[in-house]
Design a protein around this ligand. Sequence first.
Ligand SMILES: NC(=O)c1ccc[n+]([C@@H]2O[C@H](COP(=O)([O-])OP(=O)(O)OC[C@H]3O[C@@H](n4cnc5c(N)ncnc54)[C@H](OP(=O)(O)O)[C@@H]3O)[C@@H](O)[C@H]2O)c1
Length: 323
Amino acid sequence: MRAIRCHELTGPAGLRVDEIDDPTAGPGQVIIDVRAAGVNFPDVLITSGKYQFKPALPFIPGGEVAGVVREVGEGVTGIAVGDRVASTMLFGGFAERVSCPAAAVFPLPDEIAFDVGAAILVAYATTLHALVDRARLREGETLLVLGAAGGVGLAAIELGKCLGARVIAAASSEAKLERCRSRGADDTIDYSREDLRGRAKVLAPAGFDVVYDPVGGDHTEAAIRSLGWEGRLLVVGFASGTIPKIPTNLLLLKNCQVMGVFWGAFAMREPARNREHIERLLQWIVEGRVRPHIDAALPLERAGEALERLARREVRGKLVLVP
Ligand SMILES: NC(=O)c1ccc[n+]([C@@H]2O[C@H](COP(=O)([O-])OP(=O)(O)OC[C@H]3O[C@@H](n4cnc5c(N)ncnc54)[C@H](OP(=O)(O)O)[C@@H]3O)[C@@H](O)[C@H]2O)c1
């Protein structure tokens, strides 16, 4: 089969298209014929040696796919050859075929296209876990989303609206904010030209109840200063490349909390709860309440270009690769 393999930890430059043996299904494993592979920021990090997990070289990047079951291993129940499915993995998705543990494979309803199926598990399941289990976002609360036109950012807008929040989207250009409004954002902040704190005072004079932060850097402290009484800041990622340091007196003054979000570890520790979230999410997509935005579907060979576009902040919503 054809696969994109990372031979050096130099980002896109270290990727090659290789012809390698097909995977075979061991006990408890499922082989999926990949119809689309989602591209996520952790793929940029893992191919640059900057992710918390460092696979041995050469490895196939790619953390989520949608496709058709080709083979099931011994002991697998409830999944059959020919089923439409979606799955996540630490790496291995940028290939024509991938082997996944059955526990990480989810049925994909016929109404959901493969490109959408490959773009939802990481971004939307992370976000549902963050908003529901961590921040306990309530109907009528105000949610600020940073990096709001990116993969997890757009997911936070749509899921925030499904959960009944007022959503304020912050991003770095008018074109990105237009995409945020199309997905339900009630108000916007262009933090490339507007002062985040000043604009926040106008949009939410009593402060935000929840901030969703996949960006880090300088915006994080401004966002914490914009929280209201008993506000919660969700630490989702550091796409800016900078892990911020937070003066803890800011937390004391407003009885507020900073909470970490690590969806991959949550999914392993609490598989039943994660499955509940994913079933709820798939239902919302089938009903048209959530409409994941696919920025582009590129051929598998263009994986390097996809990672470059993500690193250059050019992507709105999600990119997928098609083998
Ligand atoms: N905690 C978890 O379980 C979990 C799960 C999935 C992803 N994540 C993390 O969430 C973050 C976002 O992931 P994603 O897939 O949504 O990425 P993405 O689609 O690339 O979105 C990231 C956004 O961050 C902003 N940004 C600011 N500075 C940037 C820079 N120097 N380079 C790139 N983007 C920059 C961009 O928006 P503007 O241009 O508008 O600022 C961009 O739209 C990543 O750090 C990822 O590792 C965490």
